[in-house]
Ligand binder design. Sequence first.
Ligand SMILES: Cc1ncc(COP(=O)(O)O)c(C=O)c1O
Length: 383
Amino acid sequence: MKVNTTLAQIGNRRDSTGAISFPVYYSATFSHPALGESTGFDYSRSGNPTRQVLEQAIAQLEGGVGGFAFSSGMAAITTLLALFKSGDHLIVTEDLYGGTFRLLNDVFCNYGLEVSYVDTSDLDGVREVIRASSKAILCETPTNPLLRVADIRSLSELARSKNLLCIIDNTFMTPILQRPLELGADIVIHSATKFIGGHNDVVAGLVAVKDEQLAERIGYLQNAMGGVLGPQDSWLLIRSLKTLGLRVAAQETNAKVLAHWLTTQPLVKKVYYPGLLEHPGHSVQKSQAEGFGGMISFELKTLELIPKVLRQVKTISFAESLGGVESLITYPWTQTHADLPIQTRERLGINDCLLRLSVGIEDVQDLIDDLAQAIGGEDNAQG
Ligand SMILES: Cc1ncc(COP(=O)(O)O)c(C=O)c1O
């Protein structure tokens, strides 16, 4: 079955009523037929039928043996970090989502977890920081917000040779464009709040795992820690997944046009989009993914333009998320990446002139016109 068929059919006729849309099982607990017997469901933290359909779907889409749904992307990452213990060392992408950095640097450091932040697109740099206590590589690719590309095959190979887990945050790509487990990774994470949810109406996290033993451990932690996704939000994600292929394709088509247009704008200094030939990660991206996604970052020439653009965008919303059908613009300096130390942000290029654009499914000409009038004033409105 092709992926769009799999997506459209999620949950269809899965219960005894023949319902096309899988029901929302609002039940905290389930009765037992007899002592020692179970219908397969006992208590909704441990398992809920609606959540199970979603969890099986993400496992199938990512090519894994197990899937898990959490109340947010951060709840998913928190649960995964409980795989490790005090004294363990992780190698983590340096320009990763600020919330993941905050969790590692302000929370898990108090429990003795040690972290080295590196450019995961530089394999030698990753190799150099591996220690005897290293247990995993946690990598975002493409990164947020600079869209640096790590070679998942090589990272996974390196991880395997050193007995480390390779964990990939696949939020920016979705399984439509990139399937890290098939490239050798062990665990995939999604902030399903983003492209998978796709409508800026649900906060959720998903995990898919390649190996049975690991799946069993993560299932245990999910139940023990309790950050599960509720049945209504699980249903919303099932509904969202049905159109994931269509949405991601439309978002990428728009993003390609916008990225090229941005490169021609005199007030734009730099454009980061892996689909541009000059992007340093372009060829690796092409070799491991089926596309380049709907995220673009760009640097304006002067700081004074930033408040003007954020005030003047009309179709595009100035808001802090990504991946939805509505285009959003974000200022990483004070929003998503404010938790990264200033020196780190500056060294990486997350500077105060950088904007991140999450491209939606609107007509691309309307998006160009909106950015043109916001960046350049009314004179530039025809783009
Ligand atoms: C790449 C990435 N991973 C994880 C997260 C955290 O997900 P959530 O906001 O759903 O908790 C985000 C949120 O922006 C993200 O962009």
